[in-house]
Write a protein that binds this ligand. Structure first.
Ligand SMILES: [Zn+2]
Ligand SMILES: [Zn+2]
Length: 230
C-alpha cells in the first residue's frame, strides 16, 4: 500500500513534467481543460465518484470503471478529484498504462508483460509484480515468457537496432577478388554487435520473442523458450 502511494506520487510528478515541458504549451492546457470539463458534469471544478464512473463507462474505459482507481487518484483523500488528479488520469489514459491481468488493479509502477502477446492488436497482457511473483493469473502463455517493462524496453531497442543492420551473411556475397583485406569495418561492427547481444544475456530473450516480434539477431533465436534474464 505504501509502495502504491510512492508510485502514485511518481505518476503525479510525471504528469506535472508533461504539463510543464509540452512543446505545445498553448495547446495542451486547452486539451487538458476540455478533458477536465468532459468529466466534471456539473461544472463545480471537482470530479465526484459518480462523474468519474459515468465518464469511464461512456468512454468504454472498462478497466478504469471502478472505485479503486478513483481512490488511487484522490491523493489528498478528500473524496473528489481536483484538476491535477484528473490530469493524472489524463496521463494514464494517454500513455496506455497497464492494468493487472491477475487482480485487475491499475499498476502504478513496474509491471511484467507477456512477450508473446506484446504485439497483439487487442492489447498486451500485463501483471503486477505480486500477481506475477505468486503466479496468481490465468493466461495461455507461461510465466517464463514474461519480462518486466524495463527489460522489455531494452529488448525493443535492441530489436530496432538489429533491424537497421545488414545481414551478417553479406560478407560471403562479396564479388571482389581482393582477398588480402581480412575484414571490412562493417563486418567488424556486425561481429561486435552480436557479441554485445550475447553478452547482455539477450540470446534467451530472443528465443522467446522470436516469432512474435522478429529476431533480435540470427544467433539469438537458437536459445531456449525461456526469457528469464536472471
Ligand atoms: Zn495483480
Ligand atoms: Zn501471452
Amino acid at each position: 500500500m505504501e509502495d502504491d502511494k510512492k508510485a502514485m506520487k511518481n505518476m503525479f510528478n510525471i504528469t506535472q513534467i508533461y504539463l510543464d515541458t509540452s512543446e505545445k504549451r498553448t495547446k495542451l492546457p486547452k486539451l487538458a481543460l476540455e478533458f477536465f470539463d468532459a468529466i466534471d458534469n456539473d461544472g463545480d471544478g471537482k470530479v465526484q465518484i459518480h462523474e468519474f464512473l459515468g465518464f469511464t463507462r461512456e468512454q468504454g474505459l472498462t478497466k478504469m470503471n471502478n472505485r479503486h482507481l478513483f481512490d488511487m487518484l484522490d491523493r489528498d483523500g478528500n473524496g473528489s478529484l481536483d484538476f491535477m488528479e484528473v490530469m493524472c488520469l489524463f496521463y494514464i489514459v494517454k500513455s496506455g498504462r497497464p492494468f493487472c491481468g491477475g487482480c485487475g488493479c491499475f499498476i502504478p509502477d513496474i509491471f511484467f508483460t507477456c512477450t508473446k502477446c506484446f504485439h497483439n492488436e487487442e492489447g498486451s497482457f500485463c501483471l503486477c509484480t505480486t500477481c506475477f511473483h505468486k503466479n496468481k493469473f490465468q493466461h495461455k502463455h507461461e510465466q517464463n515468457y514474461f519480462l518486466d517493462n524495463f527489460a522489455m524496453l531494452e529488448l525493443q531497442r535492441l530489436q530496432a537496432v538489429a533491424a537497421t543492420k545488414p545481414e551478417s551473411s553479406s560478407s560471403t556475397s562479396h564479388s571482389t577478388s581482393n582477398a588480402i583485406v581480412p575484414f571490412t569495418p562493417a563486418e567488424k561492427k556486425q561481429g561486435n554487435m552480436k557479441f554485445e547481444l550475447f553478452n547482455a544475456g539477450l540470446a534467451a530473450i530472443g528465443g522467446a520473442v522470436g516469432n512474435a516480434a522478429g529476431a533480435v539477431a540470427g544467433a539469438a533465436a537458437t536459445a531456449g523458450g525461456s526469457c528469464n534474464i536472471m
